[in-house]
Design a protein around this ligand. Structure first.
Ligand code: NAD
Ligand code: AHE
Ligand code: ZN
Length: 375
């Protein structure tokens, strides 16, 4: 298949909010600096649903969504040296070129090399898509487009992982789990003995809990409007629960009262700007730090009284948990294989690509953390 167009199945989002359609998609060969990957497993993340909903200012249609996956390199373009056909890989929506101003700064995991192209659904080389259906181009998404049996990504967006890692599990290390763990370990740098509040107990929030537990946090307070989340959250280290629906007071006040003045760290893992405010305001005066992890819709803005910051609270955000993708995803895979981090526990459902619309329905029902699709 090397050097030739591959026709395969992919779930195409033709329009915002319209059911995805399984199509025969033509996938062009990788050009210089590109890698074509046979995707074997992909999970669904809330961000896919967000872009599909039409609320993402970067959302373009028609496109192939998906960004939490694992597969095997099928072929590589000119100049690609770090991976070769047969390598087991995880595509990374947050690239790492190791050469740009961002990568060299030592201050961030964001990479500038391909971001402008991936933000407009094309490849950097020729500013075109490698996907088409009957000659009509289909946009890429987040530089990954994993809801396809084959995808083309930039070489700076490919993490080569342990060949024995179970791809049906470690696909989760493409987004949600690292995001939560890294929000704690890299962005907040939670210390042992800290009090932590987590808003939203989906996969991202539960991974925050796991990260906080391993960091030695004492109180890990989980906040969710869905009480069904509380049982499972215990397994991830949450040791106190608050359902905002059980209280008349604003939720920040409830937490401040529970914690003698507020928590040391809070994490917003929902994407709701009023909860982001509550998460900041439930932090302790003088030092409490709140990390925004959730992605809020186009047009939404955060607000608080500046006095909150003047009096020492800190507002931060994180993308992919601050992890350097190509360098650290393989390390996370090894940690999973050594049983140092959970992954299997987040997978509540498994299906095949044909059932992708059902998988999205499940996501909105609550009982679902991650649904993994076999392609
Ligand atoms: P999810 O839908 O599985 O989890 C969200 C949880 O929040 C659910 O349990 C829901 O019941 C709860 N919730 C909803 N409204 C609430 C409210 N008002 N108060 C309390 N709880 C509430 O989503 P997920 O896949 O875990 O992702 C969480 C968020 O993180 C999404 O916005 C996603 O787009 C974002 N995300 C960001 C990054 C990043 O790099 N920054 C990476 C992955 C995901
Ligand atoms: N296009 C969106 C941005 C969405 C966003 O913030 N994405 C996160 C990852 S979410 C993964 O589930 C991220 O990494 N952002 C940094 C980046 O470079 O995109 C919007 O709202 O504009
Ligand atoms: Zn995601």
């Amino acid at each position: 298949t090397q050097g030739r167009v591959i026709t395969c199945k992919a779930a195409v989002a033709w329009e915002a909010n319209k059911p995805l359609v399984i199509e025969d998609v033509q996938v062009a060969p990788p050009q210089a600096g590109e890698v074509r990957i046979k995707i074997l497993f992909t999970a669904l993340c809330h961000t896919d649903a967000y872009t599909w909903s039409g609320k993402d200012p970067e959302g373009l249609f028609p496109c192939i969504l998906g960004h939490e996956a694992a597969g095997i390199v099928e072929s590589v373009g000119e100049g690609v040296t770090e991976v070769q056909p047969g390598d087991h890989v995880i595509p990374c929506y947050q690239a790492e070129c190791r050469e740009c101003k961002f990568c060299k700064s030592g201050k961030t995991n964001l990479c500038g090399k391909v971001r402008l192209a991936t933000g407009v659904g094309v490849m950097l080389n020729d500013r075109k898509s490698r996907f088409s259906v009957n000659g009509k181009p289909i946009y890429h998404f987040m530089g990954t487009s994993t809801f396809s049996q084959y995808t083309v990504v930039h070489d700076v967006s490919v993490a080569k992982i342990h060949p024995q890692a179970p791809l049906e599990k470690v696909c989760l290390l493409g987004c949600g789990v690292p995001t939560g763990l890294g929000a704690v370990w890299n962005t907040a740098k939670v210390e042992a003995g800290s009090n932590v509040a987590i808003f939203g107990l989906g996969t991202v929030g539960l991974a925050v809990a796991e990260g906080a537990k391993t960091a030695g946090a004492s109180r890990i307070i989980g906040v969710d409007i869905d009480s069904k989340k509380f049982d499972i959250a215990k397994k991830f280290g949450v040791n106190e629960f608050v359902n905002p629906k059980d209280h008349d007071k604003p939720i920040q006040q409830v937490i401040v009262d529970l914690t003698d003045g507020g928590v040391d760290y809070s994490f917003e893992c929902i994407g709701n700007v009023s909860v982001m405010r509550a998460a900041l305001e439930c932090c302790h005066k003088g030092w409490g730090t709140s990390v925004i992890v959730g992605v809020a819709a186009s047009g939404q803005e955060i607000s608080t009284r500046p006095f909150q910051l003047v009096t020492g609270r800190v507002w931060k955000g994180t993308a992919f948990g601050g992890f350097k993708s190509r360098s650290q995803v393989p390390w996370l895979v090894d940690k999973y294989m050594n049983k140092e981090i959970k992954v299997d526990e987040y997978i509540t459902h498994t299906m095949t690509l044909e059932d992708i619309n059902k998988a999205f329905d499940l996501m909105h029902e609550g009982g679902c953390l991650r649904c993994v699709l076999a392609l």
